[in-house]
Design a protein around this ligand. Structure first.
Ligand SMILES: Cc1ncc(COP(=O)(O)O)c(C=O)c1O
Length: 481
């Protein structure tokens, strides 16, 4: 008898696994009597306690049964019955709910490897990881008892206070620390808003083109997503068809529209606030990357524009620190604070207190501002470098989005065939290209490419940029333009 499992496992575990495999494979049929523990121990050269330990576990899990005075027998085990039950209930070939299928439809491009043009990825290799690990260690060692408990305060107070100062100063957000709820990224914030403020079947207006991550949350909550057209002045509430049901929520990225990159003008902001008030809707202001403006000071938030704006401000550390951190926050109107904190504690539970405290210290000790300033300089250079690499194509008519901000550019294309061809050529060359048409709620959208540059090194931008420029020029000529 060969014992299963590597020798690193205990002898009891190995004997248990071997016997279990034999039973499951049918080598030991139901009703078969096992040799006595003494006999097994003798034959296998094992201690008797080792054998008893394995048999006890098999008996506890129902693979064998002990009949008093008679010995140990293999229990009734009919894998065929299980297999047919599984296929009859459909578990073997899982079918997703209609909602599940819609969520996956919205999931856009998920790349499983790092590539030059992956949108939204910061320069991970430039994050001060050693300092960060030291801060985590410091806070882990000092973790107070309450960080081990269930809580519903909205997050570590030091982080909410540090964020409040930062948001007031640099984003003109009107808030006090109590209005801030720490979440596991912006995504969880959208989820909470969708579930708490709208019922299934109600409408949410979403920018088009727009951010698939937020759209997935709205779809998951059963909301009806209504496109809100975006032009060079930002989202335009006047262009929503009159017959559309009134919105409960309006999702926008006013500082730096995702993905077009435009900044919402003041008249559009006022029109948006007015529409929200008229409909009794909440505006979701997603301020995901406003720290990265290269030619001007950050644009003030929509939330802080007027008193009592019907706005929930959503922030994230995914771009300014790193996405795997999974920390973001909501700035809630006073009237919603209590409900959101309690609902968050019920639906998602709070946690990550060590990381929250480490971010608070990272901000308080000035590392945050320094890191953001460094990344601002780096991303400005990377954008300029990408523009330089694409200059030959631009000279022949490729249109790139304007703007000295953000972590990506949009290249407009003349046709959907060109978009498809560029994406598949990119795949062959190991370069991820995100088609702009995927950022629209309904086909056809507009053809183009969303090009992330923040996470790519200078060498990668130069070579992938050259490849992109050459490929576009070749196809442009082939398409007779
Ligand atoms: C428009 C937009 N909002 C928010 C986020 C951040 O989401 P999270 O905080 O869930 O990582 C992203 C990230 O790609 C984004 O592109």
């Amino acid at each position: 008898m060969q014992l299963a499992l590597p020798s690193a496992a205990t002898l009891t575990q190995r004997l248990y696994q071997s016997l279990r495999d034999w039973i499951q494979e049918g080598k030991l049929g139901a009703g078969t009597a096992l040799p006595s523990s003494r006999q097994l121990a003798h034959e296998l050269g094992l201690g008797r306690n080792t054998v008893l330990g394995a048999i006890d576990r098999l008996a506890a899990e129902g693979f064998v049964e002990t009949r008093r005075g008679a010995g140990v027998f293999v229990a009734e085990w009919r894998p065929e019955a299980l297999t047919s039950a599984v296929s009859a209930s459909g578990i073997a070939a899982p079918s997703l709910s209609a909602r599940g299928r819609r969520i996956l439809d919205f999931s856009g491009v998920l790349s499983d490897r790092y590539t030059a043009f992956a949108p939204g990825v910061p320069a991970l290799d430039r994050f001060p990881r050693e300092r960060w690990q030291r801060l985590l260690r410091r806070h882990r060692q000092r973790a107070p008892l309450e960080w081990h408990d269930y809580q519903h305060q909205g997050g570590v107070p030091a982080l909410r206070e540090a964020l409040c100062d930062y948001l007031q100063l640099s984003r003109s957000v009107r808030c006090r620390p109590g209005q801030i709820l720490i979440t596991q990224g912006a995504q969880q914030g959208f989820e909470l808003i969708a579930r708490l403020l709208a019922d299934a079947g109600e409408a949410v207006w979403v920018e088009e083109p727009g951010y698939g991550g937020a759209q997935s949350c709205f779809v998951a909550a059963g909301l009806d997503t209504v496109p809100l057209a975006v032009d060079e002045e930002g989202a335009n509430v006047e262009r929503v068809p009159r017959v559309t049901p009134p919105p409960r929520l309006i999702y926008v990225t006013p500082s730096h529209q995702y993905p077009s990159g435009v900044t919402m003008t003041l008249p559009r902001r006022m029109a948006l606030l007015d529409a929200a008030r008229r409909h009794g809707a909440w505006i979701i202001e997603d301020d995901y990357d406003s720290e990265f403006r290269y030619a001007s000071a950050p644009i003030a938030s929509l939330q802080g524009l007027v008193d009592d704006a019907p706005v929930i401000y959503v922030g994230t550390f995914s771009k300014v620190l790193y996405p795997g951190l999974r920390l973001g926050y909501l700035v809630l109107p006073e009237a919603l604070v209590d409900a959101f904190k309690r609902a968050n504690a019920r639906l998602h539970r709070e946690g990550q207190y060590v990381a929250q405290a480490a971010v608070a210290t990272f901000i308080a000790e000035g590392h945050f501002v320094r890191h953001v300033a460094k990344m601002r300089g780096l991303y400005r250079q990377r954008q300029a470098q990408l523009r330089r690499a694409l200059a030959p194509a631009v000279a022949r008519g490729l249109v790139l989005s304007a703007g000295q901000a953000g972590m990506h550019l949009v290249a407009e294309l003349d046709s959907f065939e060109l978009e498809t061809e560029m994406v598949s050529r990119g795949r062959e060359a190991g370069i991820l290209l995100s088609p702009l048409s995927r950022y629209f709620l309904q086909p056809p959208g507009r053809p183009g490419l969303v090009l992330g540059y923040a996470g790519a090194t200078e060498t990668e931008i130069a070579s992938a940029g050259r490849w992109l420029s050459d490929s576009w020029c070749q196809l442009h000529i082939r398409h007779g333009r």
